[in-house]
Design a protein around this ligand. Structure first.
Ligand code: ADP
Length: 339
């Protein structure tokens, strides 16, 4: 669906030339939810803005749905923009217009007649769950509702690609989850390709199929989200993975506890969404002559399994502990013996 080839983008100023994006190569598949993660200044916005030609590459080419977007005319660009729409961190709504009028706006611009427009707006309001709020103004809505308006407006012209620029960064965790669920729902129902940029790994983990990690304008790591979580290669990727799986305060607490444990082993289990912790612990106690106690940990559940880190204290005869470790190693979790 999207093919980015040798794309670089430099900005010139009095201070000199700044390369915001450097030699990026990326193919994003139709129907994929693709995440780009990086710290502030990594070049994420510049990259995503080149996808709908809010910026043009200094070098390289970008092809979307078979059309090279840096080469098309203004008229074709307008058409292309209908196929690629965008939602924003601060929603970018029209404050003097109601929910209904905001959503209708792109349809007005596209010249869709009144009756058809009304029908389409009704569908969109239902799709994003804003029934009953049609006549409210943005200032009367919660953050999550505002982003729902943003999403409905972005979907008005049936785009093929939805770009999300830090779309949940201004929202609280619960609202973030609800908006991410809505994006997944839209992706499944409409087969829409979604490209999102974020600095938050939990967003990537929750909804993306693949992720690219950006640092200083370059993509330094790329792969399926599960693989990147299981086996991060670059130091920056490890830091992002730790954001979700291993809060620093947990590690400190375990180190403190270690001093008080007379025997046995302490292991760190990293769950990446393929196994759930409860059955694993129950099996350990049933199969082996050991005790297993959770020292610390932060685990969250998703449809596919648990995410997060658990520190377990296992105690019992040495031979049983060895067997228990072999068993854990055969499961779909990361294992590290701490002490
Ligand atoms: P991110 O989205 O990862 O925070 P950006 O793409 O916004 O990163 O920025 C990457 C680099 O490019 C930054 O150093 C930023 O200051 C610079 N930059 C972005 N847009 C412009 C611009 N229009 N003019 C000059 N420099 C820019």
């Amino acid at each position: 669906m999207i093919s980015i080839k040798n794309v670089s983008k430099s900005f010139r100023s009095k201070q000199g030339t700044l390369t915001a994006v450097e030699n990026v190569n990326l193919d994003i598949n139709e129907g994929e939810i693709f995440g780009v993660i990086g710290y502030s200044g990594a070049g994420k916005s510049t990259l995503i803005r080149m996808l709908n030609r809010l910026e043009s590459p200094t070098e390289g080419s970008i092809t979307i749905a078979g059309r090279e977007i840096s080469k098309i005319s203004e008229i074709e660009l307008r058409k292309a923009r209908q196929e690629i729409s965008m939602i924003f961190q601060h929603f970018n709504l029209l404050w003097s217009r109601t929910v209904r009028e905001n959503i209708a706006f792109p349809l007005e611009i596209a010249g869709i007649p009144g009756g058809e427009r009304k029908k389409r707006v009704d569908e969109l309001i239902k799709l994003v769950g804003l029934e009953g709020r049609e006549n409210a103004y943005p200032s009367q809505l919660s953050g999550g509702q505002k982003q729902r308006v943003g999403i409905a407006r972005a979907l008005a012209n049936n785009p093929k690609v939805l770009l999300c620029d830090e779309a949940t960064s201004a929202l609280d965790p619960q609202t973030t989850d609800a908006i991410l669920d809505l994006l997944v729902d839209i992706n499944k129902r409409l087969g829409l390709t979604i490209v999102l940029i974020t600095h938050e790994m939990h967003v990537i983990r929750k909804i993306c199929h693949r992720v690219a990690v950006m640092e200083s304008g370059r993509i330094v790591e790329l792969g399926p989200v599960l693989d990147v979580f299981k086996n991060p290669q670059q130091p920056i990727t490890k830091r992002f993975v730790q954001q979700v799986t291993e809060p620093e305060e947990t590690k400190d607490a375990v180190e403190h506890l270690l001093e008080r444990l007379p025997s046995g082993k302490v292991i760190q289990l990293t769950f990446v969404g393929e196994a759930t912790e409860q059955p694993l612990i129950t099996n350990l106690i049933r199969k082996f002559d050991i005790t297993a106690n959770i020292l610390q940990g932060k685990i969250s559940q998703t449809q596919s399994g648990s995410y997060g880190t658990l520190f377990l204290h296992l105690d019992g005869p040495e031979s049983e502990l060895e067997k228990a470790l072999d068993y854990i190693n055969s499961q779909q979790v990361g294992v590290e013996v701490i002490a």
